[in-house]
Design a protein around this ligand. Structure first.
Ligand SMILES: CC(C)(COP(=O)(O)OP(=O)(O)OC[C@H]1O[C@@H](n2cnc3c(N)ncnc32)[C@H](O)[C@@H]1OP(=O)(O)O)[C@@H](O)C(=O)NCCC(=O)NCCS
Length: 213
């Protein structure tokens, strides 16, 4: 089998489109960075990071936002998304305050492809690690009425609190109203629907404590 060694050279139209896309991206990135509510020192932001409503986003010193991250700060609060010192958000994760707010305290790490919502409020304590593909959703649709589509029944939002130095394994779902205590570990794939006390290891669907740490 013959291996093709070179790529087909791009025609002038392709090149122009690619060039104008890069220019558009660069302008959007530069403008929204300038509009951020607060931008700390020594912050790394990959050029593909997108900010919606940047004037409600606060980014402290030493934060790192990697490729494809989206911060969407639609919120009725003054600040929709607040990142403490040294927070890292990995590739393609989506953080959306959904009308509430998201506060990630110092040195929180968010893995890749996470969805982090702030509907009823989300606080995550210092040094907590949230592994890839995790979904944190501090809201539920109401579904009591039979004659109205769920879409139009509104939402209940209680909020989620995650303590300091928690490790949430890959692919977990954290549901509304839950608190996870300091130093807890949540096994990969768990669905957390009830509070998890501090210093415990919890696993499974729904997540249950299997031992003290
Ligand atoms: C939770 C975890 C840390 C536990 O590891 P551990 O202390 O070595 O625990 P063990 O492997 O001894 O498992 C204890 C029991 O729980 C089960 N178990 C382990 N992890 C589980 C999980 N995530 N969900 C359900 N059951 C699990 C084991 O099969 C074992 O069952 P058994 O007693 O019937 O044999 C680990 O299993 C885990 O989920 N790690 C997450 C890794 C990850 O997501 N990394 C992302 C990058 S940071």
């Amino acid at each position: 089998m013959k291996v093709q060694e070179t790529e087909e050279p791009a025609n002038i139209l392709d090149r122009l489109i690619r060039y104008s896309d890069s220019v558009r991206l660069f302008i959007k990135y530069t403008i929204s960075k300038k509009m951020l509510y607060l931008l700390g020192k020594n912050v790394y932001i990959h050029p593909t990071v997108a900010f919606n409503i940047p004037n409600k986003i606060r980014i402290s010193d030493d934060c790192k936002l990697y490729q494809g991250v989206i911060l969407n700060a639609r919120s009725s609060h003054e600040i929709g998304i607040q990142l403490g010192k040294g927070v890292k958000i990995h590739e393609y994760s989506y953080v959306d305050s959904y009308g509430g707010n998201v506060h990630l305290d110092d040195y929180v790490g968010i893995g890749h492809h996470c969805i982090i919502g702030g509907h009823g409020g989300l606080t995550v304590g210092k040094y907590t690690m949230i592994s890839g593909l995790t979904y944190i959703v501090p809201a539920n649709h109401n579904y009591d009425r039979r004659n109205v589509p769920y879409l139009h029944q509104g939402e209940t939002c209680k909020g989620i609190k995650i303590g300091n130095n928690v490790w949430i394994g890959a692919g977990c779902t954290i549901l509304d109203g839950v608190s996870i205590g300091d130093n807890a570990v949540i096994g990969a794939g768990a669905i957390v629907s009830k509070d998890i006390p501090e210093n415990t290891l919890a696993l499974g669907v729904p997540a249950k404590v299997i031992r003290q740490l």
